[in-house]
Design a protein around this ligand. Structure first.
Ligand SMILES: Cc1cc2nc3c(=O)[nH]c(=O)nc-3n(C[C@H](O)[C@H](O)[C@H](O)COP(=O)(O)O)c2cc1C
Length: 153
């Protein structure tokens, strides 16, 4: 399973900490969206997309990147975000737009990201992100084990 994480983390590096924690478990390459060519997606089976939330949306460069992707087949994705408010629905933009491109979403993570007083992501947040990453591996492997057309069973 070749895994890539494409992220944008411009404020305090909060989301980058999550990207690193998940990459460690997934043995993934992690890259700032500004250093990733769109064609690279073709080289990976599983791609994670993550961002801090700014004015209720993921960072602009990452949204533009996703909007500019060609439709894909047989690719899995997971998404993550950090924000001042603890709102996992901030992942919805990713989930909707990546599903529209043909990605199958097999995991997501969200946690608070500090604005002024340092705190989040804290150790517990990082451990939770790693646990989500472990579940993503399990889900990915279960999907691979399924017969191609399980509807005939
Ligand atoms: C310009 C700006 C706008 C933000 N807008 C929101 C917002 O709409 N909702 C929210 O919950 N947090 C908001 N935040 C807080 C960030 O989402 C939060 O600190 C996040 O962890 C930043 O991630 P980063 O350090 O990876 O960039 C905003 C922060 C900044 C700097």
């Amino acid at each position: 399973m070749e895994t890539l994480i494409v992220y944008k983390s411009v404020f305090h590096g909060n989301t980058k900490k999550i990207a690193i924690a998940m990459a460690e478990v997934l043995n993934a390459k992690f890259l700032d969206v500004e250093n990733v060519d769109k064609k690279i997606i073709g080289d990976y089976d599983l791609i994670g997309f993550g961002s801090g939330i700014y004015y209720d949306k993921p960072q602009k460069k990452l949204m533009e990147y996703i909007e500019g992707l060609n439709n894909v087949k047989n690719k899995k994705a997971f998404v993550f975000s950090t924000s001042r408010q603890n709102r996992s629905d901030y992942n919805d933009w990713f989930k909707e737009n990546l599903s529209d491109k043909g990605f199958e979403i097999i995991g997501e993570f969200h946690c608070k990201g500090h604005t002024i007083f340092k705190g989040n992501p804290n150790e517990e947040d990082l451990e939770n992100a790693k646990e989500v990453a472990r579940n993503i591996i399990n889900t990915y492997n279960q999907i691979l084990d399924m017969p191609e057309d399980s509807t005939n069973i």
